[in-house]
Design a protein around this ligand. Structure first.
Ligand code: NOJ
Ligand code: CA
Length: 700
């Protein structure tokens, strides 16, 4: 019986692929097949080293109202071309990136309606990218997408590292499970407290989605160059092991307004039998457009501290200046309000931070709670919550700008919009001018709470356009942008390198709220970071928050693992998030944060398994200097660090920051040891990592 079934399957499969177009990756390991099936539906399949990765899967769209652009096609023409070039990112994990692929373009036309669509497949050694083009044509101009019908049919019940499909947040904890187990785990995964949350009702997940097959293939599905289009979630069919695109709708349920002469984002499938290659992949960046700016000299990596963690510790510091919640921006005279005496962003306190930054070599100080409006900020009800040009009475903008400048430190501007978008866009130009006038060169934006205009979603087309608009306008003022709660990144930092980091995932703030699992940071590089750098804000040394009085939270890592995150979580923007006083208690460990680089000539993924461990070495840009970071989940392990990334024939001094012998993230997180050893390209180090521990090494 089994045999007969198998034979039938093969006949069906081979029928669909008669006269199929075939495309090979430059190294020949990946093979894409493309064809139309008997209904004239575009179909594709992908194989890696002769193993199926994506089974026959359909492509296309349904336009409003019910115009089917997913079948009835004929192939009007196909074209192949190849590329092999390299380019230099402004900031990055390596100084040069090779862009090598073979491309197949298929022009399709529907027999009756004469509507046209083209599909571009680009096959790299590390994966496949494909996108749709709506060419200019007679029978279609402006149109509305009802749904994109791209499928990713998988070959089995893979292991998934997933968060629930959601239109408004990516800040969930990851669940690791088989596809078939998702449904039973979804309730717990999705029923968590979030400021804005629209979980998809049917079984669905976000991208980047990381998967592992039973026979050891690693597959990552995401998208590249998300512009003027909604983000893609994935519906999951847990019986057929199939995924299909689920675009984020707008307030009236439409999924994108386009004009012909346009492209969709790329759909990306990164594949390897070695998990390290997933982390090393630069395919998503390669699929983005080159840098849009001529002058990028003002775009710099930033290591910063901030008047920030004190708002989360439970120590009483507040963003708000007053306890009077009846404030109205533009009407209330804040100088007449009674100060609450807990306001964090006051001139004196900020000066202390500036001093600390200057003494310890930080580039910048983030100051949250500097501007009018925080009294009423959790209401999410009114459109005008904040002013982005008016400081609180106890925050002296001019004095602080002068003081910071004298000390060679920048202040990072903070714009919490509470997702009131029209209002933010109304204030944006004044806000940008205000920053230039006061010598700010970076802004942290925030999108907490549901979007106003009401009914829109964080990851919909309108918001996607908003984030890029802000990045582009900021660039005109030579301002770098770090957005929190924005749509997950898709490599646009290649095109707009001033949009140099984002949050868009569960970051360190959750250590002081609902918590983070020990395996979280072993998953993030395989998921969220596939699209771009994350402002994860590591560096918490005082992990037991009960010392501050009102909270019971305990950090999910050892102190050493916090150090390692500066290397394993790539970002040209890195925060030392803890309070200065805690760094002064652990001066020798703090030394690593002071030294660690942010911009790299080369990165070497030494060990990696999603959900378990990651070890990465990186060479500082333009310097004979390397940093290594290794982390593990709740299981202690021995990392095998192979130093063959060092130039042969030379010896270097390595400072190793390691978990203490009795370190354990639950019982003894602050136990660490620092030792110096000599290493060369032949050194192989067996390094013990505690439960949710790590290792950080600086090599000179
Ligand atoms: C959420 C951000 O992630 C956090 O960093 C910030 O402090 C708060 N919003 C307030 O803006
Ligand atoms: Ca957040």
């Amino acid at each position: 019986m089994k045999k007969i079934l198998l034979t039938c399957f093969f006949i069906i499969v081979s029928n669909a692929w008669i006269n199929a177009q075939e495309l090979k990756s430059p190294d020949g390991n990946l093979i894409l097949t493309f064809n139309l099936n008997t209904e004239g539906a575009p179909i594709y399949a992908l194989a890696y080293k002769k193993k199926e990765v994506i089974k026959e899967s359909r492509l296309g769209f349904i336009l409003k109202s019910d115009i089917k652009m997913n079948k009835g096609f004929q192939i009007a023409g196909t074209k192949k071309q190849s590329e092999d070039s390299s380019w230099k990112p402004v900031l990055g994990e390596q100084k040069e990136i090779r862009n090598q692929y073979n491309e197949l373009k298929a022009d399709l036309i529907q027999e009756k309606s004469k509507r046209k669509i083209s599909i571009y497949f680009r096959l790299f050694n590390d994966g496949l990218g494909f996108r749709y083009e709506f060419p200019v044509q007679d029978n279609l101009r402006h149109f509305v997408i009802q749904e994109e019908t791209t499928e990713f049919n998988l070959t089995g019940d893979h292991k998934l590292f997933w968060i629930p499909g959601d239109y408004d947040t990516n800040e969930y904890s990851y669940t690791t499970s088989k596809i078939s187990e998702m449904q039973s785990l979804m309730y717990n995964a999705a029923h968590v407290s979030m400021a804005a949350q629209t979980t998809i009702k049917n079984l669905a997940t976000q991208t980047p989605l990381m998967m592992k097959t039973n026979d050891g293939l690693y597959i990552n599905i995401h998208e590249a160059a998300l512009k003027n289009y909604p983000a893609m979630c994935l519906n999951v069919d847990d019986k057929a092991y199939s995924l299909n695109s689920h675009l984020v709708p707008d307030a009236v349920g439409n999924k994108g307004y386009l004009q012909t002469g346009s492209f969709t984002p790329w759909r990306t499938i990164v594949v390897s039998d070695d998990a390290r290659n997933i982390l090393a992949s630069k395919m998503i960046l390669n699929l983005n457009e080159p840098c849009a700016f001529d002058d990028t000299s003002w775009i710099k990596p930033v290591k910063y501290i901030g008047v920030w963690w004190e708002y989360f510790t439970g120590g009483g510091s507040t963003w708000a200046y007053s306890d009077d919640q009846d404030v109205v921006i533009g009407t209330t005279d804040f100088s007449k309000l009674k100060p609450n005496a807990t306001h964090g962003a006051n001139t004196k306190h900020v000066k202390d931070y500036i001093d600390f930054a200057a003494t310890n070599g930080f580039d910048a100080v983030l100051v949250e709670g500097w501007n009018e409006g925080w009294e009423d900020n959790t209401a999410f009800k009114k459109e005008r919550i904040y002013s982005f040009t008016k400081a609180y009475p106890d925050f002296d903008v001019k004095d602080l700008s002068l003081y910071a400048n004298q000390k060679g430190v920048k202040i990072i501007m903070h714009h919490e919009t509470t997702s009131s978008i029209a209002e933010y866009e109304r204030q944006l130009h004044d806000a940008l001018d205000f920053m230039v006038d006061n010598k700010y060169n970076a802004v942290k934006t925030g999108y907490v709470g549901p979007i106003i205009p009401r009914g829109e979603h964080h990851d919909g087309q309108q918001m996607v356009n908003h984030y890029t608009y802000v990045a582009k306008e900021a660039a005109k003022h030579k301002i770098m942008v770090d957005s929190h709660e924005a749509v997950r990144p898709t490599g646009l930092h290649r095109t707009y390198p001033n949009w140099f980091a984002q949050e868009s995932a569960r970051g360190t703030e959750f250590e002081a709220m609902e918590g983070i699992h020990p395996d979280h940071t072993t998953i993030l590089p395989f998921t969220r970071l596939m699209g771009g750098p994350m402002d994860y804000t590591p560096g918490i040394f005082q992990g037991d928050l009960s010392v501050y009085g009102s909270k019971k939270n305990k950090l999910s890592t050892t102190l050493t693992k916090q150090l390692a995150l500066y290397v394993t979580m790539y970002s040209p923007l890195q925060m030392a998030a803890d309070l200065p006083e805690n760094y002064m208690r652990f001066k020798d460990a703090f030394q690593f944060i002071k030294e660690v680089a942010l911009d790299w000539d080369e990165s070497y993924i030494l060990e990696a398994e999603p959900g378990d461990y990651i070890t990465i070495a990186r060479k500082t840009k333009g310097k004979e200097e390397w940093f290594v970071g290794g982390i593990t989940d709740e299981n202690p392990r021995t990392a095998l660090i192979d130093f063959s990334f060092l130039p042969a024939g030379k010896s270097y001094s390595a400072t190793i920051y390691e978990d203490g012998k009795t370190a354990d993230y639950k019982t003894n997180p602050q136990s660490y040891n620092i030792r110096k050893v000599t290493v060369n390209s032949k050194t192989k180090l067996k390094q013990k990592l505690a439960s949710s521990g790590g290792v950080a090494i600086s090599i000179k």
